[in-house]
Design a protein around this ligand. Structure first.
Ligand SMILES: C[S@@+](CC[C@H](N)C(=O)[O-])C[C@H]1O[C@@H](n2cnc3c(N)ncnc32)[C@H](O)[C@@H]1O
Length: 276
């Protein structure tokens, strides 16, 4: 994936779909927020904040702390600003986090839910973020583990015609770029972060809900994510076959009024060096 995707059509879709993307991550969000709240927070930077859910949650629970969400996508920042318009301690900026700098805002917490796997040059980006951070600042972010540990993504990929979705490669920008723990450790270490730790979190990925959760999940997967991108490029007969298989796949994951699948993430944490 390229930054221009987030600045264009993909970013606009994520901005329109924040209710369903937030919902899909519910099980992970609570774990991330618990980790963020484990130590005092003065200034938190939400990296690749999207429509702002983490910033907004922390702004509500920490009214004396300041939250800044940065994202490369204008549509996403517009959505975040609209959602946060009643919160005096949360603000949002269009910025590339890889080169973001501020003289006024020195974060003691750098947080991200799945917003850090898209840097074309991740070491340089994490060097920049470390330089912007306060002494001993905490870095806490989530990212997907491998496709094999994410049955929702593996299942979707298997619905596509052979070759429609190339397998993700380690450290190549995209949702699965940070699946390889050793590669991420080496990257953060090279960028000067210390105390690098990984927690494996399995969570229920909610794809559909409401009166017709199967229809909801089908429309979600046709709008957002790897299958949506591949389906958009298919010829009509491949698309018809994909639609049929998507229906079977999604229906088989219905549980009451939800369509729910297993997902596997890392919560990665690290610390900026202590400055004298
Ligand atoms: C998978 S979405 C996650 C969004 C949000 N954190 C959430 O959990 O809903 C990835 C986000 O990272 C943003 N992003 C990607 N590269 C970025 C960069 N270099 N600087 C800032 N934001 C970036 C995208 O625009 C997108 O909003």
């Amino acid at each position: 994936m390229q930054l221009s995707d987030w600045q264009g059509a993909v970013g606009i879709k994520w901005a329109d779909e924040w209710r369903r993307t937030d919902r899909s991550f519910t099980g992970l969000t609570e774990r991330l927020l618990a980790r963020a709240r484990a130590e005092p927070i003065s200034h938190a930077l939400d990296i690749g904040c999207g429509a702002g859910e983490l910033s907004l949650a922390l702004a509500r629970s920490h009214p004396l702390a300041k939250m800044l969400g940065v994202d490369i996508g204008e549509a996403l920042i517009a959505a975040a600003k609209s959602r946060g318009s009643n919160l005096a301690n949360a603000r949002f900026e269009v910025a590339d986090a890889a080169v973001w700098r501020s003289d006024e805002f020195t974060p003691d917490l750098l947080l991200s839910r799945h917003g850090v796997m898209f840097f074309p040059e991740p070491v340089a980006a994490f060097v920049n973020l470390r330089r912007c951070a306060a002494s001993s600042a905490r870095l806490i972010f989530s990212c997907f583990r491998s496709v094999e540990e994410n049955p929702w993504a593996l299942g979707l990929t298997n619905l596509l015609p052979v070759g429609a979705s190339p397998p993700p490669q380690s450290m190549v920008p995209g949702p699965f770029a940070f699946a390889d723990r050793d590669a991420v450790t080496a990257m953060l270490d090279a960028a000067g972060w210390t105390e690098i730790e990984f927690e494996a979190v399995d969570f229920a990925y909610i794809a559909g809900a409401g009166e017709d959760p199967v229809a909801d999940a089908k429309s979600f997967f046709r709008t957002i994510g790897p299958a949506a991108r591949a389906a958009a490029d298919m010829n009509p007969s491949d698309r018809a076959e994909f639609t049929r298989r998507l229906d079977t796949f999604v229906s088989s994951h219905r549980d009451g009024d939800l369509v729910v699948m297993l997902a596997g993430a890392w919560i990665v944490s690290a610390r900026a060096p202590t400055r004298d």
